[in-house]
Design a binder for this molecule. Structure first.
Ligand code: PLP
Length: 351
């Protein structure tokens, strides 16, 4: 009854969205602040009658808005149903491991191996350095059919400098695609976007889920050389012509146009991140330097599972990764000031 393909699937396991009680939810890297007020206005004035029609299949207005804010041509942008969908198109279009494996960091976004299994792509995980950072030399030492790196990386939060990304591109074969997944770049990182003009094999993938507070709308995008973007359109149109619905197309425009809201909310997240980092260090925790909207942190006297359980019992949800090398840590999403204070109180009260 089931295909061989299906039998080999190992689905991604998203962070918990529990319904049993109200938690302080610091486990899925959502933004603690609402989306830009213009998003409310779009919803309030939306004419339901328009839902009779299919959406614009390529979300032209939204792509033009994204292009304008990033100094690109419209043809250098594609949007999808979350950056997860964009990534799925990317894995299908660019990574073919008949000879060489796809390379990505040993500890990274756990959807990457899932896509590899889905599309039958062989991959090789490249070890992080002793400080849990990405070492480009380790990638350049390998022969790969392509590279995908989140920057900042997840779940560590550590940033790879633009200089290092540039060096990677300069020394990596120009006929093999490098994807920089910038889901968290707006929380203090420097985007690789300017490099797409120099390197036609570089694709930058972004999302509205984090810095734009629109995880529930499922909206992501990619930017790169027109040939790469054309390839992604070909995959999209072989799978689902209308991945972004009518309301979301408008919401995305409203969110991106409000730069003041974007800067204010990401500024608050970054300031709170530094406060929580300082407080945890004050408790003797090991906290990795983060350029994201989360911290990867380990208690001095207990492992990550015990911290996770102890916080959960107090109504605070963080994420624990039961993977070799990561078990001393939990990943803590930065919440509102009140949520973070409650987290720190819960940490102090750990049994
Ligand atoms: C590194 C990374 N890339 C991509 C995504 C997917 O984001 P979305 O599908 O919500 O755009 C996530 C989600 O947490 C992520 O951590």
């Amino acid at each position: 009854m089931y295909s061989e393909r299906f039998k080999n699937l190992t689905p991604y396991v998203p962070g918990e969205q529990p319904q049993d009680r109200r938690y302080i939810k610091l486990n899925t890297n959502e933004n603690p602040y609402p989306p830009a007020p213009g998003v409310d206005a779009v919803m309030a004035h939306f004419d339901a009658e328009t839902l009779r029609r299919y959406p614009d299949p390529n979300a032209d207005d939204l792509c033009r808005t994204i292009a304008r804010f990033h100094g690109l041509q419209r043809e250098q942008v594609i949007v999808g149903n979350g950056s997860d969908e964009i990534l799925s198109f990317v894995f299908f279009a660019f990574f073919d491991s008949k000879t060489d494996p796809l390379l990505f960091p040993e500890h990274t976004y756990s959807f990457y191996p899932v896509y590899c299994d889905y599309y039958g792509i062989v991959y090789k995980k490249i070890a992080l350095n002793d400080g849990y950072g990405i070492d480009i030399e380790r990638f350049l030492d390998e022969k790969g059919c392509g590279i995908i790196i989140p920057n900042p990386n997840a779940p560590t939060g550590i940033l790879l400098s633009l200089d290092k990304v540039t060096e990677l591109m300069e020394r990596w074969p120009s006929d093999r695609v490098v994807v920089i997944d910038e889901a968290y770049i707006d929380f203090g990182g420097e985007s690789a976007l300017p490099l797409i003009h120099r390197f036609p094999n570089l694709l930058v993938v972004c999302t509205f889920s984090k810095s734009y507070s629109l995880a529930g709308s499922r909206l992501g995008w990619a930017m790169g050389d027109r040939a790469l973007i054309d390839a992604l359109y070909a995959v999209k149109d072989s799978f689902n012509s209308y991945p972004v619905d009518t309301i979301t197309q408008k919401i995305g425009i409203a969110a991106m146009e409000d730069r003041a809201w974007f800067d204010k909310t990401r500024g608050m997240v970054m300031a709170e991140r530094e406060r929580v980092l300082g407080a945890l260090k004050g408790f003797g925790w090991k906290v990795l330097p983060s350029s994201a909207n989360f911290l990867f942190a380990g208690a001095p006297d207990r492992d990550g599972k015990a911290v996770y359980d102890g916080l959960r019992a107090q109504g605070v949800l963080v994420r624990f990764f039961n993977k070799e090398g990561l078990t001393p840590f939990v990943r803590i999403t930065i919440g509102t000031a009140e949520e973070n204070t409650a987290l720190l109180e819960a940490v102090k009260a750990l049994p």
